[in-house]
Design a protein around this ligand. Structure first.
Ligand code: SF4
Length: 258
């Protein structure tokens, strides 16, 4: 949109720039060859420059525009080509916005041989010399000393309360939580299973590791998760499936309907 200027000399200079469509096209052709389509519009940038937009008529650039910025001083007939550029239009096909890898990475992306270092400000971790905020059944902080006593070594960083809460949420909603299809299909739960090895610290109340190689072996399971391999599961009575009585075809009398 070209707005009128209180200075008639400026208006005249702008009018010359707006009329210089051929000069703008020539400048773009010198850069892009013959891939310049119809003239779209002229846009005033300031008092002495105007940008001309053309359709970019070249394969792979649908919706893009060539533009040439022309400039001239008020009172001077000479026009300068300041810049030529290829720019995406509103409907242009462009690359998705770049996202740093640290924000792109998702659970399950880690493969053998990959390294994934926690950042310095990772809220899931706290330095090992401060209180982790964790508590056991007596609501006593489980700190560095507790952890060190437990494994015989000190660790530089421990999981924060936030990190533990996030993990608890993930595990509860995950494949080995109380809402998983497996858990919903049994009345036997991990809390009473001999294969269930409780975690330590505050997570102990709700989570443990399954040590049954035929079930969720090595996975963190919720106390309300469960499966058909529970340690108290009764063996079938010999009639086949515990859910349905066996079909004994020796006890069936065959009757001819005729
Ligand atoms: S065997 Fe089944 S019930 Fe027992 S701990 Fe493992 S998943 Fe839980």
């Amino acid at each position: 949109m070209l707005e009128a200027s209180p200075n008639p000399t400026v208006d005249a200079a702008r009018a010359r720039l707006v009329d210089a469509v051929d000069l703008a096209r020539e400048a773009i052709v010198a850069e892009a060859g013959d891939h310049v389509g119809e003239h779209l519009r002229a846009v005033a940038e300031d008092e002495c420059s105007v940008t001309h937009y053309f359709v970019a008529d070249q394969p792979g650039y649908s919706g893009w525009n060539w533009c040439a910025v022309l400039a001239s001083s008020p009172g001077d007939d000479h026009i300068t080509v300041s810049e030529v550029a290829l720019l995406p239009g509103v409907d242009a096909l462009t690359a998705p916005q770049w996202v740093p890898w640290a924000e792109r990475i998702r659970p399950g992306d880690l493969s053998p041989g990959d390294t994934l270092a926690a950042t310095e400000d990772d809220v899931r971790l706290v330095p090992g010399y401060v209180s982790s905020g964790d508590w056991d059944g007596l609501r006593r902080d489980v700190d560095f000393i507790d952890a060190a006593q437990e494994i015989g070594l000190g660790r530089k960083r421990l999981m924060s309360w936030f990190g533990r809460a996030e993990a608890a949420e993930r595990w509860t909603a995950g494949d080995h939580g109380p809402y998983a299809e497996m858990a919903q299909s049994t009345r036997q739960h991990c809390a009473s299973c001999g294969f269930f090895i409780p975690l330590t610290g505050s997570l102990r109340d709700l989570f443990g590791v399954c040590a049954n190689e035929y079930s969720a072996d090595g996975r963190v399971v919720h106390i309300d998760y469960g499966c058909g391999a529970h340690s108290d599961m009764k063996a079938p009575s010999g009639e086949g499936s515990p859910a349905y009585p066996a079909y004994d075809d020796g006890a069936v009398e065959i009757v001819d309907p005729r």
